[in-house]
Write a protein that binds this ligand. Structure first.
Ligand code: SF4
Length: 382
């Protein structure tokens, strides 16, 4: 399909669209680290936000000389890309503190390779009522830093317009996800990731046009009955899962009908409420967000570990709604938030009699025979 091929090309050359945009528009490009950075605010300032993912196709060489090797692939690989000059087109950098590794890494980055614009935004790991004012102040601080850097006033109208564009994007992604759930196989798991990830790499209006085109193409495609077993894929909180691994899963008689990747279902799960005051709408987005491994649900870790976990309930709900027979958990190596939450997730999946397969992933793990055997064995149990 023509549009899917275009998404694949964009995914394989992640920063080409942003570099071209910069050349033609003479605008500023600001790199953001996944996840949850309010890109809409950068867009409203007339700059282009680009999410910086690691690179699965390139071995980490320089990055490992500067960072500990037990940091996650997203952190090590994106730092490697920075040191190799792949991010030289950027005018600035921004990140939300989603985990300790991002926090630490961002400090190293700042010392090692400062950009003219460098902005850290705090988001408490543990949310309660006092977090609201902190988030509001952080958003206001971000807006004024961007105004100063870009020399553009971020008006409420510009913010609203930006939120509308991004909400439209997420709405179309949800529609695409719905199509895949209703007609499994209409879009492969890796194509789905390409569609979502590329939205984070290029001007959103252009991406929206492509996405609209794709939906039209898919809606007019008659899908054959897919006899593969429906599963949900979760994990990979920040960077996109390996293409080959996703294909390997779907080649073993399983079909992914929904996922919780940041470059997937997690990204488009929720909108920013365009009817509210924009800053308050972002605060609400963070305060009421879907359960995430990067939030600390303190009550679950007091004394004896109990088996309640908002994140696990969220995944179980996905399994039920997706009529899935099981869950494939892609555990990015050294992702501490996911590892901690996985303990509760697996307990709850066991209690609900939901089968799961837990796979540790690292760059290039996709093609291994051992993985194939494990996935085949899992498929046979379903
Ligand atoms: S949340 Fe996990 S994958 Fe993302 S930066 Fe932190 S440790 Fe890495």
């Amino acid at each position: 399909m023509k549009t899917l091929t275009r998404f694949k090309e964009l995914f394989e050359h992640p920063y080409q669209a942003a570099s071209e945009w910069k050349l033609h528009n003479k605008g500023k490009v600001i790199g953001t680290l996944p996840m949850y950075f309010p890109d809409e605010i950068i867009y409203a300032a007339g700059a282009l936000p680009v999410t910086l993912f690691g690179n699965d196709n390139e071995p980490i060489t320089l990055g490992d000389k500067h960072l500990m090797t037990n940091a996650c692939h997203q952190v090590r690989s994106s730092f490697d890309c920075l040191l190799k000059g792949h991010f030289d087109f950027l005018d600035g950098m921004a990140a939300l503190h989603v985990c300790d590794q991002v926090r630490f890494f961002f400090e190293v980055w700042h010392l090692d390779h400062p950009f003219p614009f460098f902005h850290e935004m705090w988001r408490p790991y543990k949310l309660h009522d006092t977090s609201r004012s902190l988030l509001e102040n952080e958003l206001i601080r971000l807006i004024s830093a961007l105004e100063e850097f870009t020399n553009n006033k971020i008006t409420p109208e510009a913010l609203k317009n930006s939120i509308d564009i991004y909400n439209r994007s997420r709405a179309m992604m949800r529609k695409l996800n719905q199509l895949r759930s209703e007609a499994p196989g209409i879009i492969s798991a890796q194509d789905m990731v390409h569609v979502v990830a590329t939205a984070l790499l290029m001007p959103r209006e252009e991406h929206n046009q492509l996405l609209e085109q794709l939906l039209t193409e898919l809606e007019s495609t008659a899908s054959a009955e897919d006899k593969r077993i429906r599963v949900i894929a979760v994990g990979h909180p920040c960077d996109p899962p390996d293409d080959e691994l996703l294909q390997l899963i779907e080649d073993q008689g399983l079909v992914i009908v929904d996922d919780d990747f940041f470059t997937g279902g997690r990204y488009f799960a929720e909108d920013i409420d365009a009817k509210k005051d924009p800053v308050k709408a972002f605060v609400d987005y963070y305060m009421d967000s879907i359960p995430c491994t990067t939030y600390h649900y303190a009550d679950n870790w007091k004394g004896e570990i109990n088996n309640t976990s908002p994140y696990a309930e969220y995944i179980i709900d996905k399994v039920k709604k997706g009529q899935a027979a099981g869950v494939v958990v892609l555990r990015l190596m050294y992702c501490d938030p996911l590892d901690l939450e996985f303990v509760l997730l697996k307990n709850r999946l066991n209690e609900e009699n939901i089968s799961y397969l837990s796979l540790f992933t690292e760059s290039g793990t996709g093609s291994s025979e051992a993985l194939r055997t494990r996935i085949q064995a899992f498929a046979e149990t379903l």
